[in-house]
Design a protein around this ligand. Structure first.
Ligand code: PLP
Length: 374
């Protein structure tokens, strides 16, 4: 699905030097590298605060903790997402309310959010799935009109931009009260281990999130609230400082691969290529196709695998069908679209260094598949 080795070899000197710098400094935790990376990422995203932490799941948990919600408060989440988007909700004794998504964009549906509202609803977590921003203007209005907090799950869309009707453009992760991202190695901005960050323009929330990530302390050994220990280590920060400089180029290369797929798969009647909304750029964390009939997908995946081509199902089980959420989630409606997506989606290999010959091989192998043959 990705070739992390190829990317490393292209940047070997820079990366090796950055890692060596940390080893020489022995400032393995909370060193200058972490501070510098946070500043550089804040500049890149044009956001006031970046709070680095241990991973994207922690970023979501710390963000929810920072909001100071109470047990049984409800949080709206898309039903079709990675479980981490909703895990922290359950962990904190809050109630996840999974809502259906727009099958064309895979992102949360505003109409379903409206149906999900109750007097317990306190927040919404839109997930910019596969690298494309949710339609943030109506979603933000919905959150504002109903007094809800908004936490963007930006783990898959770092570098993506959304344009409002007034012409202003914002990076994903900077449009809600808080944004959460992950630096897991295969993400668009990935490090060489685990890492994550919280982004916000709100000073009070930034201070609370910073405290929570650091054992609830502002002053050393004075613990004002219950927090956790969630840090980005300096070696990861050093790697990320190098890779951040290449992020826009990486995302542009991903768009080229995606453009190639879309152009040459357009005439395949039994599949749909991903829909791209005008207000958002797309950073193609995944390139995900849909087959037109349930039952074709697994045969296509086997066909690709038989020809040595990787593919992945993101995601085979929607939130409302996960055993872990069975007793705590309050799903809204039938969630039929999310169910159908879980049976028809297939993600194809995509990464910045992917060669045209390989993209062509994937396309040709897909075209050699007979959809009648199950
Ligand atoms: C990767 C991911 C996360 C979690 O990030 P980790 O760093 O693996 O904890 C959360 N939400 C989404 C949508 C993700 O893709």
């Amino acid at each position: 699905m990705v070739d992390l080795k190829k990317q490393y070899l292209q940047m070997k000197e820079e990366i090796d030097a950055a890692i060596q710098r940390v080893i020489d400094s022995t400032a393995f935790i909370n060193g200058d590298e972490v501070r510098s990376f946070a500043e550089e990422l804040a500049d890149y995203l044009k956001v006031k605060h970046v709070i680095p932490c241990a991973n994207g799941t922690d970023a979501l948990q710390i963000s929810l903790m920072a909001l100071g919600l109470s047990e049984s408060d409800e949080i709206i989440v898309p039903d079709f997402t990675y479980a981490a988007s909703a895990e922290a909700i359950g962990l904190l004794g809050l109630t996840p309310v999974p809502v259906d998504v727009d099958p064309a964009t895979f992102n949360i549906s505003l109409i379903e959010c409206e149906k999900a509202l109750s007097d317990k609803t306190k927040a919404i977590i839109p997930v910019h799935l596969f690298g494309q921003s949710c339609d943030m203007e109506p979603l933000r209005r919905f959150a504002q009109d109903n007094g809800l907090y908004m936490i963007e799950d930006n783990a898959q869309a770092i570098g993506c931009e959304y344009t409002f009707t007034d012409g202003s453009t914002h990076k994903t992760g900077t449009m809600g009260h808080l944004g959460c991202t992950s630096f897991f190695p295969s993400k668009n901005l990935g490090c060489y281990g685990d890492g994550g960050a919280i982004t916000t323009n709100n000073d009070a929330l930034a201070e609370r999130a910073r405290m929570i990530a650091n054992h609830g302390q502002r002053i050393k050994y004075k613990h004002e609230i219950i927090g956790c220990n969630s840090r980005l280590d300096s070696i990861q920060a050093a790697v990320l400082r190098v890779k951040l400089q290449h992020l826009d180029r990486f995302n542009a290369l991903r768009r080229e691969v995606a453009g190639h797929y879309t152009k040459y798969l357009a005439d395949v009647a039994w599949l749909k290529t991903p829909t791209h909304i005008e207000a958002s750029t797309h950073v193609y964390h995944q390139y995900t196709i849909r087959v037109t009939e349930e039952g074709m997908r697994d045969a296509l995946s086997r066909h690709l695998s038989h020809h040595g081509i990787a593919s992945m199902i993101y995601y085979p089980i929607p939130l409302h069908r996960q055993p872990a959420f069975e007793r705590i989630a309050h799903p809204v409606g039938t969630l039929a679209k999310s169910d159908s997506l879980s049976r028809t989606v297939l993600s194809l290999p995509i990464y910045p260094e992917m060669e045209v010959a390989l993209t062509d091989a994937v396309i040709n192998t897909i075209k050699s598949f007979d959809p009648a043959q199950r």
